[in-house]
Design a binder for this molecule. Structure first.
Ligand SMILES: Cc1ncc(COP(=O)(O)O)c(C=O)c1O
Length: 457
């Protein structure tokens, strides 16, 4: 393949206008700073919100995707008429594949990621009176799983640069009742597992990784979800490995595997079934054979999609280096792979003539680029106070404990981040280099016209 070295400006212009073939190498030459008006010339004219032509008129690649192999595997599972895993073998087959792919000993497929977390905490006997350390900058399911056990979610603030739980604040949150640390690998990026495992080890506290957004992400070459005592995944439709709804629980500890497997199957023993009666408390969280069939098919193209996203994310990083006011989430040095369920960044309105984030997002949407605003601080969610004032919680946690809890429940970095977050969906990275340069070109155009936009939004 012919390799051309282009300046960044040449690259943005060539890709935004579609004249550069995919796969051509690029290099960046200019230094970070205030945008050069010429760069946005790649998408010339006014921003769409001011009456210009949108940067994008085509949608990003659709999601989820199915091909012939998905149809065949799904229909095979239908025709097999063994729709429940108790009668079929597809779920067991997928569990084996997922365990191998992660380098873990055991995987248990379940109905979804929320219930994967529920089963994980149940297996660790997290219960009423216990405390579980969680990040406040995540999807609500992480916290709901803790509440489901009548345990207390103890929030540890966010490292604003990586958007992951702040490892420096972990130790201070541990108390005599801490029963589990539940970090989230947000957006396909990886929480600082080195520090988390160190602190957990020093206090003999188990770690459950919420890897629901981080399939195939790695820490020092090890797949996340297989580092802590238990890892949980979601296969909900938007996820990078989807089957509509689905989840998996990963562990290399035999004792936990037995408990988890039994729990999701109404307390039946994993090996003996009900021959010797029921062995544990349980519920029904069994994955269906349809879910497993789709996942097995989706796996056939999964690695290839991860590589595509990574390449486009690298390009996005490189192009955004020259856009002041958009700060992509940093990765820790030991994060050897980010699989970009979300391309996360922070928006600084000072570099956009005071244009608010919502104004910026509106302008971006008009360019044909949808981008989310990130999460709101879960530690401030009003529903939590309702729960803490409920009868069971009042019985379990003394007024003194809750007074201290409320005093300590402050996460200033998360407050700041929640006003700045930008979440680009993985679909933005699944297409061509041109898609990425159009995103950055549109951002630059908005930046140049930011004061005008601020007046109309
Ligand atoms: C961080 C995190 N945890 C847990 C879940 C719950 O997964 P599910 O939607 O499959 O129940 C999600 C899903 O979005 C998530 O993003």
């Amino acid at each position: 393949m012919k390799t051309t070295s282009l300046s960044r400006r040449e690259f943005v212009m060539a890709t935004a206008s579609g004249t550069l073939a995919s796969g051509v190498a690029y290099s960046t030459s200019s230094s970070p700073g205030v945008p050069t008006p010429g760069v946005s010339g790649s998408i010339s004219g006014k921003p769409a919100i001011l009456g210009g032509t949108p940067a994008r008129t085509e949608p990003f690649p659709e999601w989820p995707i199915y091909k012939k192999v998905d149809e065949e595997m799904f229909l095979d599972s239908l025709r097999e008429k063994k729709w429940c895993r108790l009668y079929g073998t597809i779920t067991t087959g997928f569990e084996k594949k997922w365990a191998e792919a992660l380098g873990a000993k055991h995987v248990t497929g379940v109905v979804n990621g929320t219930n994967a977390l529920y089963a994980a905490l149940s297996a660790l006997e997290v219960g009423p009176g216990d405390e579980v350390i969680v990040p406040p900058y995540t999807f609500v399911a992480t916290v709901n799983a803790v509440i489901q056990q009548f345990a207390l979610p103890v929030f540890v603030d966010t490292d604003i640069e990586t958007q992951q739980i702040d490892p420096a604040k972990l130790e201070g949150a541990i108390g005599p009742n801490t029963r589990c640390i539940l970090p989230v690998h947000l957006g396909g990026n990886v929480a600082n597992m080195g520090e988390i495992m160190k602190v957990a080890g020093q206090h003999s506290i188990p770690v459950v990784e919420d890897a629901c957004q981080a399939h195939f992400a790695e820490w020092n070459g090890q797949k996340v979800g297989a580092i802590g005592d238990i890892g949980c995944f979601s296969f909900q439709s938007s996820k990078i490995l989807p089957c509509g709804e689905g989840g998996a629980i990963v562990t290399s500890r035999d004792d936990l595997y037995d408990r988890i497997h039994s729990f999701q199957n109404n307390g039946r023993d994993r090996l003996t079934g009900t021959r010797e009666g029921y062995q544990h408390q349980g519920t029904n969280l069994r994955m269906t054979e349809f879910q497993a069939a789709l996942l097995t098919a989706q796996l056939t193209r999964f690695e290839e999609q991860c590589i595509r996203r990574e390449q486009n994310a690298r390009l996005m990083d490189s192009l955004l280096k020259e856009v002041s006011g958009i700060e992509p989430a940093r990765m820790y040095k030991s994060c050897t792979r980010n699989t970009y369920y979300i391309y996360m960044a922070r928006y600084d309105s000072h570099h956009f003539a005071g244009l608010t984030r919502s104004g910026f997002l509106r302008a971006l949407r008009r360019e044909g680029i949808s981008c989310g605003a990130g999460y709101q601080p879960l530690n401030k969610e009003p529903f939590l106070e309702k729960i803490f004032n409920s009868r069971p919680y009042r019985r379990l946690y003394s007024p003194e404990r809750m007074k201290r809890y409320r005093e300590e429940n402050v996460c200033p970095a998360t407050d700041e981040l929640s006003g700045q977050g930008l979440f680009f969906s993985q679909r933005c990275l699944l297409g061509s280099e041109q898609d990425v340069s159009q995103i950055v070109g549109a951002i630059e155009r908005i930046q140049i016209h930011a004061s005008e936009i601020a007046r109309v939004t």
